[in-house]
Every structure is written in C-alpha cells, then in structure tokens.
Design a protein around this ligand. Structure first.
Ligand SMILES: Nc1ncnc2c1ncn2[C@@H]1O[C@H](COP(=O)(O)OP(=O)(O)OP(=O)(O)O)[C@@H](O)[C@H]1O
Ligand SMILES: [Mg+2]
Length: 255
C-alpha cells in the first residue's frame, strides 16, 4: 500500500521531466473498486466465472496469468466494453451496472488496452486531444492544456514527437502515449492490460518508474502474463487461471 507514502507531490517546473521517485500531483481522486461474482464472456460463451476482486482506493492490484486466462476479458468487462452476464462492478460505492463504456471513462474508469491501440493516422498531440471529448470539450481550454502539460512532463519523449503520426512511434513510445492518453482523463481507476507486451527491458523499467509516480493517486489494476518489473509495483497480486481469479496475496509474501 502506498496510501501512507511519504513521497511528496512533484513540483517540477513546466517542461521539466518529473524527477525519479516523485509522485504525480495531478492524481488523488482514487476510488475503491469492488467486483463480486462477475461472469462475463462473448455471446453465450462464459469466460469469467464468479470473479471477486476488491481494490482499495489508491491500491495497485496485479493480475497475472497465461494466454487465454481471461485477463483482457476481465478488464474489458470492468471498462464496459463487454456486457456483464451476472455479478456486480462497483466503483466508489456506485454500481456501474447501467453505465455505458464511454460514461465509465467520464467517471474515471479508464482502460489502457492490450496492444496500445493508439490512433495511428492521428498525430501524437491529436491522440491526447481526443480525450477532451471525455469532458465534453471541442476546443482546448486551460484545464486541457494543464493536463497535457502534466503528461508531457511525465513522458518528455512524447513532447518531441507531438506533431508526428502516432503510427511512426516505437512500440515503447506508443505505450507511453496510451498511458498518457489515459492519464488525460484524470482516472480514479486505471486498468492496464499488459503494458510491457513486446517492449525492451529498459522501456519496461521506464514505464515502471512512471507508473510508480502515479501509484497511490489512482486505483490500479495491472495485468501482466508473468511476474515482472511492472507487476512489482502491485501492492497485492492475484493469479488468473481459466477464467477464475485466485485470492490476492501481498506482493512481499508472493516472492
Ligand atoms: N472476441 C472473442 N470471442 C470469443 N472468445 C473470445 C474472444 N476474445 C477472447 N475469447 C476467449 O476468451 C478467453 C480469454 O481470453 P482473454 O483475451 O481474456 O485472455 P488473456 O488472459 O487476456 O490472454 P492473453 O495473455 O493472450 O492476452 C480465451 O479462451 C479466448 O479464446
Ligand atoms: Mg489479454
């Protein structure tokens, strides 16, 4: 748990990179996530079987499991991209049962999807700007510029590439963009689906450093196939196998 963390909010001057170990000052709206008895799947196929998952506000839960375990199905269902067959998803005490996927984003439930899914035909800046729509804005306002500045401080590599097409970014840069795009929404629950997929160890370490700045300011569910540098961020971890989630154990005891 980092809620009692002694790290101070970062106070970087505009344009400067966030110092390692600093904490992202823009967060702080973390909400508790409660999933109970969740069944979900594709059409009549049930993939998730009675999944229970409880994450405290500001806590980071790691979920790991092999190909086909149901990790993406779990995050997609919490994000509202797949319908719930039965069970409940509650964020900050409010049920998401009747809340559409786009409205969940507006409520702070934000997915960093598997495979990044940046919009390759748009510039890097435009990929960030589309998130204005979450706030119902069509033109930049002060709040939008503030958020954009915050994520560019976190990922200076993106600032240098703002005008280039997102498809020309490296895999690591695209993952930074996918995370930055999610942070533009000021998430209260951040769902990350295999952010390390296909990336070099040095890039994974950079992402781990940046996510450690965010940690504690949002509630995180971090999915990975195996226990790696990113999963080390998690306060607790739970293994997923064949659509079932085992009880989470504190990271320190999982070694
Ligand atoms: N669109 C789909 N239609 C039907 N079945 C699907 C669909 N997507 C996934 N599945 C099935 O659901 C199960 C869980 O898949 P899911 O993608 O959630 O696993 P995962 O744990 O994310 O795997 P990976 O580590 O490969 O990303 C698998 O058996 C898969 O074949
Ligand atoms: Mg997956």
């Amino acid at each position: 748990m980092t809620m009692g963390s002694e790290r101070q909010p970062m106070a970087a001057p505009p344009g400067a990179a966030v110092p390692p170990g600093a904490r992202w000052a823009a967060g702080g709206q973390a909400k508790r996530l409660d999933v109970d008895g969740l069944r979900s799947g594709y059409g009549r196929l049930t993939v998730l079987h009675d999944v229970d998952l409880h994450v405290e506000a500001g806590e980071a839960l790691g979920v790991f499991g092999p190909n086909g375990a149901g990790k993406t199905t779990l995050l997609a269902t919490i994000a509202g991209l797949l319908p719930t067959q039965s069970g409940t998803i509650v964020v900050g005490g409010t049920s998401l049962q009747r809340v559409a996927a786009h409205a969940r984003v507006a409520r702070g439930v934000v997915l960093v999807p598997e495979g990044r899914q940046v919009i390759g035909s748009l510039s890097v800046g435009a990929n960030l700007d589309v998130m204005m729509l979450v706030r119902g804005r069509l033109t930049h306002d002060v709040e939008h510029r503030r958020r954009r500045e915050e994520v560019l401080e976190m990922f200076p590599a993106l600032r240098a590439r703002l005008r280039v097409g997102a498809s020309s970014l490296s895999g690591g840069e695209q993952q930074m963009l996918a995370i930055a795009r999610a942070l533009m929404c000021r998430p209260s629950v951040l769902l990350l689906d295999e952010p390390s997929q296909g990336l070099a160890p040095t890039v994974v370490e950079l992402l781990a450093d940046r996510l450690s700045q965010v940690k504690g300011t949002v509630t995180m569910v971090l999915v990975e196939q195996t226990e790696n540098a990113l999963l080390a961020l998690a306060d607790r971890r739970a293994r997923m196998r064949m659509g079932r989630l085992e009880p989470a154990t504190p990271t320190a005891q999982a070694e």
